[in-house]
Design a protein around this ligand. Structure first.
Ligand code: AP5
Ligand code: ZN
Length: 212
């Protein structure tokens, strides 16, 4: 299965991607995480991307496409992948089609804006494995410690209200048009991400099941 996850910041893309990866035994590829890792490692691409991510803006298309292309060359992508956060502009989608990077299904998770700030303010991410938690809705067993690897949980630097607001604006201006693009190709399915994590997972699995 080759799946694209679409949705605003905080919709639950990363949370659901982890569950799908486990169930279908395919990698969840988050462009946001690839970029944050590049920044942490001070690579040339990371140094260039930092100013964009810090403002809640999109990293230039060519740089992101290059990162995705490299990641998809790895062996674990042979039987499928989940792209979390890519493509994010019409131009990225068009480049993707030309390469081609194949897509079987685009799953949109939608939530209202009021939920987003609350979710992202309470999000904590494992510094080691990237697993995502929420201090109230999805807490780790031990405060501040990752259940999966024991790594420390931290708040993302772009999870502050001013930057969150810009990320929402960027989403509606640059990423939402992709819904129409994939709708026209007959690839788009939508589920609500407003409900509890387990209920959203159920809706996601049903939506995928119906299309397989
Ligand atoms: P990225 O890392 O992709 O961030 P995002 O799209 O803003 O999405 P988030 O990770 O914030 O949200 P999510 O939907 O994954 O939610 P999560 O599951 O964590 O991108 C960051 C930046 O990188 C961009 O701003 C851009 O600069 C750059 N970038 C990335 N891709 C790019 C691209 N293709 N092109 C150009 N630039 C790019 O959940 C959020 C919180 O809510 C968590 O705490 C979670 O535990 C909780 N939660 C999840 N589901 C539920 C639920 N159902 N009920 C209650 N709580 C829930
Ligand atoms: Zn971890």
């Amino acid at each position: 299965m080759k799946l694209v996850l679409l949705g605003p910041p905080g919709a639950g893309k990363g949370t659901q991607a982890e569950k799908l990866a486990k169930k279908f035994q395919i990698p969840a590829i988050s462009t946001g995480r690839i970029i944050r890792n590049a920044i942490a490692e001070n690579t040339p691409a990371g140094i260039q991307a930092k100013a964009f991510i810090d403002r809640g803006e999109l990293v230039p298309d060519d740089d992101v496409v290059e990162m995705v292309k490299e990641r998809l060359k790895e062996d674990d992508c042979k039987s499928g992948y989940i792209l979390d956060g890519f493509p994010r502009t019409l131009s990225q989608a068009e480049i993707m089609d030309r390469l081609p990077i194949l897509v079987d299904l685009v799953l949109e998770i939608h939530v209202d804006e009021d939920i987003i700030v609350e979710r992202l303010s309470g999000r904590r991410e494992c510094k080691v494995c990237g697993a995502t938690y929420h201090i109230h809705d999805n807490p780790p067993k031990q405060e501040g410690v990752c259940d999966k690897c024991g790594g420390p949980l931290v708040r993302r630097e772009d999870d502050v209200p001013e930057i969150i607001r810009n990320r929402i604006k960027v989403y509606s201006e640059q990423t939402e048009p992709l819904k129409e693009y994939y709708q026209a190709k007959g690839l788009l399915v939508s589920v609500t991400g407003r409900d509890k994590v387990e209920d959203t997972t159920k809706a996601v699995m049903e939506a995928i099941g119906e299309r397989q």
